[in-house]
Structure formats: C-alpha cells, structure tokens
Design a protein around this ligand. Structure first.
Ligand code: ZN
Length: 431
C-alpha cells in the first residue's frame, strides 16, 4: 500500500479556496476528490466489478464518493474496526428547470428554482455561472458528462428599492423572484443549446441534465490579516476538503480501517439512491470485508467498535446577532473544531462519541469548542443521525465555525481549516 506523503498540515485556507473553486457542483466535488485520490495512488473501483482484497480504493456513485484503505484481516485474523469521516457534497443553490427559456418584457430569462434551504436574498445581484452533468445519447447508450461554465452568464436582479411595496421586508417568492436574466431581444435563443455548445455536444443529443448555478467570484482570504476565508459552499466543502486531506494522511495498517464518505443530497433530506439514507455506505463496508476474505459475521463484528465523525459546519457566534446564540456556548472563529450536541438527536453526538472526538482534538493539540443550539430555536441537522441509524455505528457530529450558513457566500476562519483537518486526522488514526 502506498504511504501518502501528505500530512494533515497540508490542509490550508488557500488549499480550501482551490478545492472550492474547482468544485461548483456535487459531481465536481467527487471529481476533484477523485483526482486527488488518484494522484495519491488510490484506484477507482466500479460497483459492478469484483473488488480486490486489500489496498487503497474509492467508488463514486453520482454525487457521492467513498474511499478507504483496507489492510484486510489483521495479524490475529480479526478485522479492524472502521473509522469513518463523513461530509456532504451538495450545497443550497438555484437549479435550472427542464424548460428554462422565458422571454419577458424584452428580457431573455432562465427559469431557476431553489435547491435545499438556499438563503434566497444572497443569490441576488451576483454573477452566476452554470455547472453540473449532461446525460448525452451515444448511439443506443447514454454517457454522463460534467460541464461547467465559469463566466458570468446569469444574474438574478433585485427589485429597485423605489418599486418595493415594503422597503423593510422584501419577500422573495421561489417561483417568481429567482429567475435569471442572460440577455435581451428575440425569443429564439436556447439556454440548454448554449450549455450543450459549451460542452461540445449536440443539443439534440442531450437527453437529461442536472444543472445548477454558482457564484463565479473566486474564493479568497479576507480581513486585515487574511484571517478569514470568504467562499461559496463552505457548508460543506470545507469538511470535504479537510476530511480528504486528513484521510490522505491517515496511515493504512494501524488499529483501524480509515474511510472517507462524501454524500450528496444532505440539503434535501438525504433520501436517494446515494444519500446518507441509502444503503451505499453499509454496502461498501460489507463489500470491503467480503473482498478481503471475511464473511458477514466478520462484517457485523467490525461495526460495534467502529465510529463515524459526521463533519458539517457549525454556527460561529455572530457579532450582529449575539442574542441568537446560546449564551453559555459562544463559538469563536479560529477557535478550533466544534463538537455539536443536541439531545433531541438533530445531531448524533452522545457522551461516548463526544469523548472520542475530544481525545482526537487532544492528540492533535487543537482546542475543542462545544456547541449547543438555543432551545427556543429550531435546530438544523446533518448526515450524522441518519448514518448512525442506517449503520448502527456510534457517531459524533463535529464541524468548523462559520457565519452566513446557506448564503451564496459564506465566511470561516483561515486557521480553523488546518485545525479541523488535524482533528479529523487524529480521529482517523486513534491510539
Ligand atoms: Zn451542511
């Protein structure tokens, strides 16, 4: 097995910016991660093929990816438990409708709709590109091709303040108010034709598509001393990146089998053939065991000692809204990774798994912050509780602090990128 030359310290704020800018859609997150895994000596496997007994491997199912370093049975003949870092590849955004072309009052308009809990106001008056996947006819088969247009192609214009009924509160209707303009004039131009052209395919051969918009402004360090990262999709590409770097640095052949799982569809409930509610992770874990010569009994015996760190972003205390936060649990940007606890199981953390992550932070020599949501506000959730319920593996919910979650543009601490990755690395390399 190839030992990775990378260390968790290679997770940096600038590295995160590069990762995010390379990954405008969940499909591109998988592509970016796959390219880095391949460069580190991993092999991509097909779910339809038999799998090798041991080695460094990954599989991609649409917008989800699972990677692992399997050493097979340890010397004693028993399989090691899994240590799993999980994250999600999708982020809220505006997605292209099947018949997107509209011609309104001399404008050429592209019909969009929100995906997940997009904070709609943040998508207005931004230059937007388009990315995703085209499913293209190739004879009697269909090929799936990634596409991305990083130029400023679309813009969702805000209403002028002078035309608002109520200047204090403009309500955005997801059907009427998030369509984008991309030109003026006659009603013949086809948006899908334009995207197909740019992808180098014949528009008539495009039989299906999954297209979405993204902010084309590059990610960057901001603040007087560059202490912050301003970027789109930090929720949850910051964990995809920090988790990937931690995983690449995790040695094979230790006390555990390290696994990285990046799920699509978290922002819409994870109920799909490759979301966290699917059988994908459980199937892959069983197949890793079977391929290495184990049986179902060996697989089931691995699970109780295994553990998942469900990584997703955490709310830093907002300077303009400190009252929205639990006063006993203020969370600081650049103050270290965050343990997320919610006793009604919006997060999966319990005392056992909290202790495991606290130990990982201590081993990585990074501070740990403990988040509790205000009891009088509804709390978001993560892949943590469903992964725990689906697999029976004890799970801890963790994250890095950020502001403006679900905005088209979010902000986090530059130092937190390295500290978060170091903690995840220690979690993947216990003892
Ligand atoms: Zn998230």
């Amino acid at each position: 097995m190839a030992e990775s030359a990378l260390s968790p310290l290679t997770a940096t704020a600038d590295g995160l910016c590069d990762f995010v800018d390379a990954s405008p859609s969940p499909f591109h997150v998988c592509r970016t991660a796959a390219d880095r895994l391949l460069a580190a000596g991993f092999t991509e496997l097909s779910e339809s093929d038999p799998w090798p007994a041991v080695g460094d491997h990954f599989v991609v199912r649409a917008g989800s990816l699972i990677a692992w370093r399997s050493g097979g049975p340890a010397d004693a003949g028993a399989f090691r438990p899994f240590r799993i870092v999980g994250a999600h590849t999708d982020s809220p955004n505006l997605r292209v409708k099947q018949h997107p072309d509209r011609f309104v009052a001399g404008w050429q308009v592209v019909a969009l709709q929100p995906y997940g809990g997009a904070w709609l106001n943040s998508w207005l008056d931004r230059e937007l590109g388009v990315s995703g996947r085209l499913s293209v006819r190739a004879g009697n088969a269909v090929e799936h091709r990634l596409v991305r247009i990083d130029e400023p192609l679309l813009r969702v214009p805000q209403l002028a303040i002078h035309l608002a009924e109520d200047r204090k509160a403009v309500e955005l209707n997801p059907q009427r108010h998030v369509n984008a303009v991309w030109g003026v004039g006659g009603g013949t131009r086809s948006f899908l034709g334009h995207v197909a052209d740019r992808a180098g395919v014949d528009a008539a051969e495009v039989l299906g598509f999954d297209l979405m918009t993204h902010d084309v402004a590059p990610s960057r360090r901001v603040g007087a001393d560059g202490a912050l990262v301003s970027a789109p999709r930090l929720d949850n590409q910051a964990t995809c990146y920090a988790g990937l770097q931690a995983f690449l640095a995790a040695a094979a052949g230790g006390a555990v089998t390290p696994v990285l799982v990046l799920f699509d569809h978290e922002e819409v409930g994870s109920q799909s053939d490759h979301g966290a509610q699917s059988e994908l992770l459980l199937t892959v874990l069983e197949r890793i065991t079977l391929a290495a010569g184990g049986g179902r009994e060996d697989f089931l015996r691995r699970l109780p000692e295994s553990m998942v760190a469900s990584g997703d972003m955490a709310h830093a205390t907002h300077p303009n809204y400190p009252d929205r936060h639990e006063p006993g649990h203020l969370i600081e940007v650049n103050g270290g990774p965050v343990l997320k606890v919610q006793p009604n199981l919006r997060y999966a953390t319990d005392g056992r798994t909290a202790a495991a992550f606290a130990l990982a932070c201590a081993q990585a020599r990074v501070p740990l912050q403990r988040y509790e949501h205000r009891a009088d506000l509804p709390c978001g959730s993560t892949i943590g509780p469903m992964t725990a319920a689906r697999t029976g593996i004890p799970t801890v919910d963790v994250g890095a602090p950020q502001l403006a979650m679900h905005s088209a543009r979010e902000v986090m601490g530059a130092q937190d990128v390295a500290d978060y990755s170091a903690a995840l690395h220690a979690f993947l390399s216990p003892g």
